[in-house]
Design a protein around this ligand. Structure first.
Ligand SMILES: Nc1nc2c(c(=O)[nH]1)N[C@H]1C(S)=C(S)[C@@H](COP(=O)(O)O)O[C@H]1N2
Ligand SMILES: [Mo]
Length: 280
C-alpha cells in the first residue's frame, strides 16, 4: 500500500451516535489522514459485471443473535460501487503524519470523507465486491435510523442505514480573558458558509468563522465575542448554514423530532454555561 500513490485528506470523523445529549457529545475528531486512493485498487483487482456493492471487513467480530440462533459476524460495512469509487476514499495507513494508532485502525482502514464514522472501517482484513446489497448487523439492524414520516395521509416508519455526514455545529467552550468572554465552537458535515449563535433565546448573531482547512471535509472553527454576560447560567445554541443555504435543523424540526433512534442526530445543540462573578 505504501508503494502506491499517496494522498492526504483532512477529515473530521463524527460517530453517528454523537447525539448532543449529555451522555455523549465527544464522539468526533479531526485529523489529517494519509493513504492510497481506493478506486484504482478496486479497478486493478478487476470489477466483474454485476458487481454493485463493495464490502469492507474489519478484523474484529462479535456474536449476533438472529431469530434465536447465535452467529459470529465480523465487523463489516458495505457501500455502493459508485460511492466506493469516489476519488476521496483512501485505504489509510497514517494519521497526523504517524502510523495509524491501533485504536484508529492499524495497519489499514478505510477513510471515506463525507460519511459518518461507521463507514470508516478499521483494521481492514478483506475487501469484496458483491452482486447484491450487504444487509448485516451494521447495515441493516444496528446503526439504523428509524423516522416517522407522513406519507399520503398515513404515518410511515422509515428504516434507513446510517449514511453520509450531516450539517452540524456545536458550541464547544467559553473562555474569559480580562473580563472579555468568547464563545468557541465547530461546524462540520458540509462546506460551511455561516454559523449563527443565540444566547438565552435572543437574536441569532453571526459568528466569525475561520478559513476552511483542506478540501471541505474538515470542521470549521468559529467564535463569537460575548460582552458582559451577567453572572448565572446561560444557554448557548449554534446553527450552521452550508454553502448551498441549508440550515442545521432545530431539535423540534420534524426531521429530528420524529426520529425514534438517536443515530444521525444533527439537531441544534444548546449548552449551558455558568458565569461566576469575578473574584479579583
Ligand atoms: N473494524 C471496525 N471499524 C470501525 C468500528 C468498529 O467497531 N470496528 N467502529 C466504527 C465507528 S461506529 C466509528 S464512530 C469509527 C470511529 O473511528 P475512530 O476510532 O478513528 O474515531 O470507526 C468505525 N470503524
Ligand atoms: Mo460510531
Amino acid at each position: 500500500m505504501r508503494a502506491r500513490p499517496r494522498q492526504e485528506v483532512t477529515f473530521t470523523i463524527e460517530c453517528s451516535g454523537n447525539t448532543g445529549l449529555p451522555w455523549f457529545t465527544g464522539g468526533i475528531g479531526n485529523a489529517t489522514w494519509a493513504g492510497t486512493p481506493l478506486a484504482p485498487v478496486l479497478q486493478e483487482a478487476g470489477i466483474l459485471d454485476g458487481g454493485i456493492e463493495v464490502v469492507f471487513w474489519g478484523s474484529d467480530s462479535g456474536i449476533v443473535m438472529v431469530r434465536g440462533s447465535n452467529f459470529r459476524e465480523p465487523f463489516g460495512r458495505g457501500m455502493s460501487l459508485a460511492d466506493a469509487m469516489s476519488p476521496d476514499n483512501l485505504l489509510c495507513y497514517e494519521m497526523n503524519g504517524a502510523p495509524l494508532p491501533t485504536n484508529h485502525g492499524f495497519p489499514l482502514r478505510l477513510i471515506a470523507p463525507g460519511w459518518y464514522g461507521i463507514a470508516n472501517v478499521k483494521w481492514l482484513r478483506r475487501i469484496e465486491i458483491l452482486n447484491t446489497r450487504l444487509e448485516n448487523r451494521f447495515m441493516g439492524r444496528d446503526y439504523v435510523t428509524i423516522r416517522e414520516e407522513q406519507v399520503g395521509g398515513t404515518t410511515l416508519s422509515r428504516f434507513t442505514s446510517v449514511g453520509r455526514a450531516l450539517l452540524k455545529s456545536a458550541p464547544a467552550k467559553v473562555t474569559s480573558n480580562a473580563g472579555t468572554y468568547q464563545i468557541m465552537g465547530a461546524a462540520w458535515g458540509a462546506p460551511i458558509a455561516r454559523v449563527d449563535v443565540r444566547i438565552d433565546g435572543g437574536p441569532w448573531q453571526p459568528a466569525t468563522i475561520e478559513p476552511r482547512e483542506g478540501d471541505g471535509f474538515a470542521w470549521t472553527l468559529w467564535s463569537l465575542e460575548w460582552s458582559k454576560p451577567s453572572p448565572g447560567v446561560h444557554a448557548i445554541t449554534s446553527r450552521a448554514v452550508d454553502t448551498e443555504g441549508h440550515l442545521q435543523p432545530a431539535m423540534d424540526d420534524p426531521r429530528i423530532a420524529n426520529k425514534r433512534t438517536y443515530w444521525e442526530s444533527n439537531g441544534q445543540i444548546t449548552r449551558r454555561v455558568r458565569i461566576v462573578p469575578s473574584t479579583s
